[in-house]
Design a binder for this molecule. Structure first.
Ligand code: 5CA
Length: 162
């Protein structure tokens, strides 16, 4: 059954199609704005939600994408070491400008500009994971290796230790 996607979700679907991968964006009626809501909506572990977080590199002002397991918090110091530059939090306007999407729907691909990308190594432990697809109601399922391929991201240790 084909259902029409909103324009933001459609942009993500087109970006995925451009990679030649058969990955399908699903737009739900439930909220997937947070990792917990997304996990509930698709019936997976919260650790299987690949959340796309935007930070701002302090020197260059560049946007940096960190894709983390929904179970983890990101350690900004570790990210800084991996990047070779300190980072700070991004506000909602910066996220929108850097990605073309609103917080709660930021996808791992399809951004308005290429983004330097780091991927939480914990995501690679799962057979399948879910990522946001442009809106706070849209997701797609993929394998962790596919996430690495489509983002060109660097897998590393980015989580804050409990
Ligand atoms: N769709 C879900 C699952 S993929 C999602 O996008 N979750 S998320 O965790 O990646 O997106 C919410 C994230 O946005 C939060 O973890 C937080 O890092 C960020 N965020 C939330 N509110 C703000 C805000 N006011 N300013 C900047 N960042 C924010």
């Amino acid at each position: 059954m084909t259902q029409e996607l909103s324009s933001s979700a459609q942009r993500v679907q087109e970006a995925l199609a451009g990679f030649g991968m058969d990955l399908q964006v699903m737009e739900l009626t439930q909220s997937t704005r947070t990792s917990a809501e997304a996990a509930l909506a698709v019936g997976c572990d919260v650790g299987q939600i690949a959340k796309s977080l935007i930070f701002r590199a302090r020197q260059s002002g560049q946007a940096v994408l960190v894709i983390a397991s929904g179970r983890n918090r990101v350690d900004e110091k570790r990210v800084a070491v991996l990047l070779g530059e300190a980072i700070g939090k991004a506000d909602a306007d910066f996220v929108r400008a850097a990605t073309g999407f609103v917080i709660g729907g930021v996808p791992p691909v399809g951004h308005s500009q290429p983004l330097q990308t780091l991927i939480d190594g914990d995501l690679l432990a799962y057979d399948e994971i879910w990522a946001a697809a442009g809106t706070p109601n849209a997701l797609f399922r993929l394998a962790p290796a596919e996430l690495v391929t489509i983002t060109g991201g660097t897998v590393g240790e980015v989580k804050r230790e409990a």
